[in-house]
Ligand binder design. Structure first.
Ligand SMILES: NC(=O)c1ccc[n+]([C@@H]2O[C@H](COP(=O)([O-])OP(=O)(O)OC[C@H]3O[C@@H](n4cnc5c(N)ncnc54)[C@H](O)[C@@H]3O)[C@@H](O)[C@H]2O)c1
Ligand SMILES: O=C(O)[C@H](O)CO
Length: 380
C-alpha cells in the first residue's frame, strides 16, 4: 500500500481528527477547526492526484472527517474505510461532486459536503474571459507578438468576431450559468451607470430602444438544438451526470454555427473531445475556450495543436477569495457533522460563513445528502 509520506499536523491534542487530502488556501479553515477541538492533518505529499490506497492510508484507524478534492475517487472503498475509522463526514472542496458516490456515503451514514455559491461569480468570470479571448483570438495574438512576428498593422491581422448583438446560449442555467448570463448584461450596463437594476434586461432594453438601438432580449429555448442553432456563443455549465455525458457530440457540433464560440467551465466529459478536435480541424473559424478536459489532466490527441482552441488548466474558481472560501466551506461541512450541527437552510446563501470578522453560524453550509440521511435543517 502506498503510504503518504508527508503530513502537516495542527493542534496535535485535538479531540477530533480531521484530515485534508491537500493543503488548501488560507488559514481560516484551519483555525476554525482548531477552535472546535480538532486535530488537523494535511497531506503534503508531492503527488497531484492521490489514489484510493493513498487516501485509505491517510484515513488510518481513527478519523472523524475528511476534506477531499474533485480529483479523488470517493466510492464504496473510501466510505467503508472512513466509516471503519469512525468517520461521519466528507466534504469535497468543490461544488461539483461527480467524483463522489453519494449512495455509498448514504449506506455508511456519512454526510457529503460541497461548496456552492462561493465560486459562482469567479467561475462565470472565467467563462466570460474565455468567450472574449476566443472571439478576439487573444491567445493567438499574444503568441504572435512574443514570437517577434509583428511587423506592422494589417487589415486582416487576427480578425475575430464582434460579440455585440450576438446571441449567448447558456446550457445549464443554474447558479453559474445564470451568473454568466447576468454578467453579459452587466458589462453592457456599466456604460450607463444611471440605469436602475430593478429589471436588468427590461430596463436596459427600454434604454436601448429610447436611443434608437435594438433592445436586448431574452427567451427560454424549448430544446437544446434551438440553443445550438441560434447562439453565437455557448457556455456550458451543467452538472456532469448520465444526462450530460457527451451532451456536445459530433451531431450537436454540426448543428452549431460555423463561427460559433463554445466555452466549457463545467466538466470535461460534457463534450466528446475527440469529436471536438475533428470539428475544430474542419471548421477553423469555430472556436473553443476550455477550462476542463475529458481525460483531465490530459488533452485528447490534436487538441493542443489547434489554434482555434484556448485551453487553461481548470482554473475557473481560482481567485484567492474564492479558493479560501471553498476551503472554509468544506471544513465547516465536516466540522458541522462532527459536532452534530444542523444543515444551513440555503446553500446558495453562504455569506455568513465567509465573513472573516465574525464567527460562522453553527451549521454545515452545504450537505448534498442531508435529506437522505434525515439531517435537521438550521432555523438560523
Ligand atoms: N471549471 C471549474 O472550476 C468549475 C467551477 C465550479 C463549478 N464547476 C462545474 O459546474 C457545475 C455547475 O455548478 P453550479 O453551481 O452552477 O450548479 P447548479 O446545480 O446551480 O447548476 C447546474 C445546472 O445544470 C442543469 N442541468 C442538469 N442536467 C442538465 C442537462 N441534462 N441539460 C442541461 N442542463 C442540465 C441543472 O438544471 C442546473 O440548472 C458543477 O456541478 C461543476 O461540475 C466547474
Ligand atoms: O466543481 C468545482 O467546484 C470546480 O470544478 C473546482 O472549482
Amino acid at each position: 500500500m502506498a503510504k503518504p509520506v508527508s503530513i502537516e499536523v495542527w493542534n496535535p491534542n485535538g479531540k477530533y481528527r480531521v484530515v485534508s487530502t491537500k493543503p488548501m488556501p488560507g488559514t481560516r479553515w484551519i483555525n476554525l477547526l482548531i477552535e472546535q477541538d480538532c486535530r488537523v492533518e494535511i497531506c503534503t505529499q508531492k503527488k497531484t492526484i492521490l489514489s484510493v490506497e493513498d487516501i485509505i492510508a491517510l484515513i488510518g484507524d481513527k478519523c472523524d472527517g475528511v476534506i477531499g478534492q474533485l480529483t479523488e475517487d470517493w466510492g464504496e472503498t473510501l466510505f467503508a474505510a472512513l466509516s471503519r475509522a469512525g468517520g461521519k463526514a466528507f466534504s469535497n472542496m468543490a461544488v461539483g461532486y461527480n467524483n463522489v458516490d453519494v449512495n455509498a456515503a448514504n449506506k455508511y451514514g456519512i454526510a457529503v459536503g460541497n461548496t456552492p455559491g462561493v465560486l459562482t461569480e469567479t467561475t462565470a468570470e472565467l467563462a466570460a474571459s474565455l468567450s472574449l479571448a476566443a472571439a478576439r483570438r487573444i491567445v493567438e495574438a499574444d503568441e504572435f507578438m512574443r514570437a517577434g512576428l509583428y511587423d506592422g498593422w494589417l487589415p486582416n491581422l487576427f480578425v475575430g468576431n464582434l460579440l455585440k448583438g450576438q446571441t449567448v446560449g447558456v446550457i445549464g442555467a443554474g447558479r453559474i450559468g445564470s451568473a454568466y448570463a447576468r454578467m453579459m448584461q452587466v458589462i453592457l450596463l456599466s456604460k450607463s451607470p444611471d440605469v436602475v437594476f430593478s429589471s436588468i434586461l427590461g430596463t436596459y432594453g427600454q434604454f436601448l430602444k429610447a436611443n434608437g438601438e435594438q433592445p436586448v432580449t431574452w427567451k427560454r429555448a424549448s430544446s437544446m438544438d434551438e440553443v445550438l442553432r441560434e447562439a453565437d456563443v455557448i457556455s456550458l455549465h451543467p452538472v456532469l451526470d448520465k444526462t450530460t455525458y457527451h451532451l456536445i457530440n459530433k451531431e450537436r457540433l454540426a448543428t452549431m454555427k460555423k463561427e460559433a464560440i463554445l466555452v466549457n467551465c463545467s466538466r470535461g466529459p460534457v463534450i466528446d473531445e475527440v469529436a471536438l478536435v475533428e470539428h475544430l480541424k474542419q471548421n477553423p473559424m469555430f472556436r473553443v475556450g476550455l477550462d476542463v478536459f475529458e481525460d483531465e489532466p490530459y488533452m485528447k490527441p490534436g487538441l493542443s495543436e489547434m489554434k482555434n482552441a484556448i485551453v487553461v488548466p481548470h482554473i475557473a474558481s481560482a481567485s484567492k477569495w474564492t479558493r479560501e472560501g471553498m476551503a472554509t466551506l468544506a471544513a465547516l461541512n465536516v466540522l458541522g457533522k462532527i459536532k452534530g450541527y444542523p444543515i444551513w437552510g440555503n446553500p446558495n446563501q453562504v455569506e455568513p460563513f465567509l465573513n472573516e470578522n465574525a464567527q460562522p453560524p453553527a451549521a454545515s453550509p452545504s450537505i448534498v445528502n442531508s435529506k437522505a440521511l434525515g439531517l435537521p435543517v438550521s432555523r438560523l
